[in-house]
Design a protein around this ligand. Structure first.
Ligand code: 13P
Ligand code: SF4
Length: 327
C-alpha cells in the first residue's frame, strides 16, 4: 500500500511537470481508473482527446484508442503505457494483403446472411460494392480508418448509419455490432465477420441463466455481444450508456453484459444498487495490461509515443471528424 501511494505521488508530480492528462477507458484496472483525469467510453474519450488542453495524453486503454487520440490531436504527444495492449478485433480487418480466417472463441459460426465470407480485405469489399459508404468502428487501425468514410462507436453507430445518403452501407469490422444496428435502421448493412472475443463468448443460454438467477435484475448488454444475447437484454448500449442507465433507472439490481472493468464505476457511482457480471470471464486481457507502474514509466521516460504516418493520419482524421460532428 505504501508502495502504491509512492507510485501515485510520483505520477501526479510527473503529470504536472509534463502538462499531461490521463485518459482511461471504462475497462481499465480499478486503480488506473482512480488516478485518471477522465474515464469514459470510446466516444467520450475521442471527444476528450480532441479537446483537452495539455501537451501529453497518457492513454490507458488499447492501441486503437491511443492512435485515435493522436490522429485527432497531432500537436500532442500521446503515450500508450503498454505498447502491446492491442484489440484483437482491430487486427481482424486489413486494408489489403494477407487474408485471414477467424474462428470465434466458442466456435459460434452462425452469422447473419449479409455477412461477408471469411478472409476478405477492405479493398476487396469496396471493389465488390463500389460507391457504398464505409462505416468503420473505431476498434480498427489508422490505415483502415483512412480508407473509410466515417467512423462510429457503439454509442452512435445507428446515428452514424442514418446520417449517410443512400439505402446501403458497408459496416466494419464487428459482425455483432452490425447485426444489432441492422435491427435499428431500414438501411441494408453489408457487414464484416470480425468480433470481440470477450463479448462474442456470451451465449443466449448465459443470458437465460442470468435471468433465472436474478429475476428482478435489469439485463444490460453491449452491442458487441451476439444478437441472440441482445434480443434477450432489456437495454443495449455502450459502456458509458450502461453507467447512465444504471444511474437514472429506478431498478436496484442489474446484470452487466460487458467487460468486468465497468463494474468498478457502476458500483462506485451507485452504492445502493447491486451489479452482477453476465459472465465472470468477460475479461479483456489487453485492457488489463496497463498498471500504475506502466503509467509511471510512460511518464518518466516519455514512452511509448504513438506515431501515425501523416498521409494516413489526415485521411483517418476526416473519418473521425465526420463522426464527432454528429451530435
Ligand atoms: P465502448 O465504446 O462502449 O466503451 O466499448 C469499447 C470496447 O472496446 C468494447 O469492447
Ligand atoms: Fe477489443 Fe473486445 Fe478488448 Fe474491447 S473488450 S478492446 S473490443 S478485445
Amino acid at each position: 500500500m505504501e508502495e502504491q501511494k509512492r507510485i501515485i505521488e510520483e505520477i501526479l508530480k510527473l503529470k504536472d511537470l509534463r502538462r499531461a492528462v490521463l485518459l482511461a477507458h471504462n475497462y481499465q484496472r480499478d486503480e488506473v481508473q482512480e488516478i485518471a483525469d477522465f474515464v469514459g467510453d470510446s466516444l467520450e474519450l475521442s471527444r476528450k482527446a480532441a479537446g483537452v488542453d495539455c501537451d501529453v495524453i497518457v492513454f490507458c486503454g488499447v492501441n486503437f484508442m491511443a492512435e485515435s487520440a493522436s490522429i485527432l490531436s497531432p500537436e500532442k504527444t500521446v503515450l500508450l503505457p503498454e505498447p502491446d495492449a492491442n484489440c484483437p478485433m482491430a487486427d481482424m480487418i486489413r486494408v489489403e494483403g494477407e487474408r485471414k480466417v477467424w474462428k470465434s472463441f466458442s466456435g459460434y459460426e452462425q452469422q447473419p446472411a449479409f455477412v461477408f465470407p471469411h478472409g476478405y480485405t477492405l479493398r476487396d469489399i469496396k471493389a465488390e460494392h463500389p460507391g457504398l459508404p464505409v462505416v468503420t468502428y473505431v476498434n480498427t487501425t489508422a490505415d483502415v480508418k483512412a480508407e473509410s468514410d466515417i467512423c462510429c462507436t457503439s454509442a452512435n453507430v445507428v446515428k452514424v448509419i442514418e446520417s449517410l445518403p443512400g439505402s446501403e452501407v458497408i459496416c466494419i469490422p464487428d459482425r455483432n455490432l452490425s447485426a444489432w444496428a441492422a435491427t435499428k435502421t431500414d438501411k441494408k448493412i453489408i457487414s464484416w465477420d470480425g468480433f470481440c472475443h470477450v463479448h462474442d463468448r456470451v451465449t443466449a443460454e448465459d443470458a437465460r441463466r442470468a435471468r433465472r438467477e436474478h429475476p428482478d435484475a435489469v439485463l444490460m448488454a453491449h452491442p458487441e455481444c451476439r444478437l441472440e444475447v441482445l434480443e434477450l437484454a432489456d437495454h443495449v448500449t455502450s459502456t458509458s450508456g450502461m453507467l447512465r442507465h444504471a444511474g437514472s433507472s429506478d431498478a436496484v439490481e442489474f446484470v452487466v453484459g460487458t467487460e468486468i472493468g465497468l463494474m468498478y464505476r457502476l458500483r462506485k457511482e451507485n452504492p445502493g444498487k447491486v451489479f452482477h457480471p453476465l459472465r465472470k470471464d468477460m475479461i479483456c486481457p489487453n485492457m488489463k495490461k496497463t498498471r500504475l507502474t506502466s503509467v509511471l514509466t510512460a511518464l518518466r521516460e516519455m514512452k511509448h509515443a504513438i506515431s501515425v504516418p501523416e498521409d494516413v493520419r489526415v485521411r483517418a482524421k476526416k473519418a473521425l471528424d465526420r463522426m464527432l460532428e454528429i451530435k
